[in-house]
Design a protein around this ligand. Sequence first.
Ligand code: D41
Length: 677
Amino acid sequence: MSDRDDDKAQARAAWLRDEINRHNYHYYVLDDPIIPDSEYDRLLHELQTLEAEHPELITPDSPTQRVGASPLEAFEEVRHRVPMLSLENAFSDEEVVDFDRRVRERLEVEQEIVYAAEPKMDGLAISLRYVKGLLVQAATRGDGTRGEDVTQNVRTIQSVPLRLLADDWPEILEVRGEIYMPRSGFERLNLQARKRGEKGFANPRNAAAGSLRQLDHRVTARRPLAMFCYGFGELSGVDLAPSYSESIHRLSRWGLRVSPELKTVNGVDGCFDYHRRLAGRRENLDYDIDGVVFKVDSLEQQRVLGFVSRAPRWAVARKFPAQEEMTRLLAIDVQVGRTGALTPVARLEPVTVAGVTVTNATLHNAEEIQRKDIRIGDWVIVRRAGDVIPQVVRVVPERRPPDARVFRMPDKCPVCGSEVIKDADGVVLRCSGGLYCPAQRREAIKHFASRRAMDIEGLGNKLVEQLVEQQLVSSPADIYQLDRETLAGLERMGEKSARNLIQALERSKSTTLARFLFALGIREVGEATAHALAAHFGSLEAIRQADVEALQAVSDVGPVVAEHLVTFFRQPHNLEVIEKLLAAGIHWPAVERPTAERQPLKGKSFVLTGTLSRPRSQIKEALQVLGAKVTGSVSSKTDYVVAGSDAGSKLEKAERLGLEILGEAGLDRLLGTAGER
Ligand code: D41
């Protein structure tokens, strides 16, 4: 090959590397890809081919070189040139006030301090060393002075640049940050592990730690790890900028990933405000945080403050209440759901988790109990995150009492005594009693009356339980036969509530086909499926008569759902209930079939963020009915971002991308003009 060709190949390889690095940055760091995945793959493939033909062109920072070397025998020890300090904790607002007072006293300032505020990631601290813009070493924190060399593993993390962008970085740059596993990636990883019959990780932090401590970095490469940077080690030359926040932004220019939540705030009040806002959004973030960190923003002030033993005087971690606590598992009960599924529920010695008393936790199914080896009498770790039902994370084996008992699922329904059968998936156990089983009947009626179904105000769970128990109703149709006298005679019901309920029943009769379908509680037919069915078939009669094949023509319906529908409409009992309901006067307007004009938002993509006054599911449904797509993350392909109060990083990103942002009023206008039902 001629020199000329070699030059050309070299230039092309260099161009490809830069281009791929640039797209990596947009994809993994900014979370905002500019080219489709297929185009990215094509570039990477071209570089791989070129490097295979010209191995001399391979550079250590080439995007093809993230995975390659052989597994290690052990990790080498790394001595941190600048120690990795720890953070002082504050468990209350008062402790933050104390911290702020100490800061101002030492600095001898009266005015408010400017703090940089950021989430406290629940991951693993790491130090990256860049020399002349190239990543040369990554080390765990260890004891702060000595850590382990995990360079090979960290090189596989796509949001860690192998080479820094731009060229104005210091010759030596040590960056500290947190490696973590996003919740979404964690869920996926555990699902895969379970499919292979393996145990999975207890939480994202353990998963990140386990992934980073792999001697074989090819395993790490398959784990969805990410990193946020929050500090500095050795720096040759001068400070990056006069303040922490500006220095961090500098890092982001060089292709390092930093938290989009980093803000500067004024004084303790600013700190409280930030803490409250982030605590409110904790559940909506795609990563676990265990608090927020406040740092004096001015690097000069940081220098004056200095350190005490191992922690800087200029930073504090305000911790959130723990989401996990330990307690005793007293018993395991079995509940029967609407579709007969048997769910084991742990009865716990009451324990306060993140401010709420927990006495029950779901155990999902027998397999889960076996996998976690949970026994009655065990000490267990209970986790409560936001609105989700408390979970038993694991047992504490060291504390197992000698008389702890293994639990076995019953082979007869604990409510009606019918035989228990296993689903085709081999996991879920079901009571075969159908609507003979009072538990299933009760749950079916609760579902029927619920807000998103027939929306019968005043017919709550407690009342349904009473009605079923006293055998006043045994199917949804029976509730429309109730009279005022009967209702008024019930416990905790007066004349007035009885009258109100009768009115609510009357009102509920005027509904939509989709709601009615959903209310019937057919297995796997959720709101979206009910809508799709109503729109596709136009009438209840058409759905009833459709066979499995015809049903599967609906976008949302696969073979399993189709089978459930056909089975449902084959049962004489179900047809009888429907007959009675219609005879009681339930009606709906004719369904408009989806045409271009009926789906004015077709092809439009929406993202909902922040706190909205209605449940997200409801807004989502309203948008979907008009043809819109509702997705979870903002990108340049998003058409509208609907922002409620306290909207955070998604809103910021939308602003950065110049997207159309709607408040709730704007959304209502759009839904109105687009022709809400
Ligand atoms: O998000 C974190 N976990 C986090 C940890 C953070 N946002 N900032 C941190 N800042 C520091 C100093 C102030 C010492 C540079 C830290 C940590 N340290 C830290 N993480 C683990 C030990 C110390």
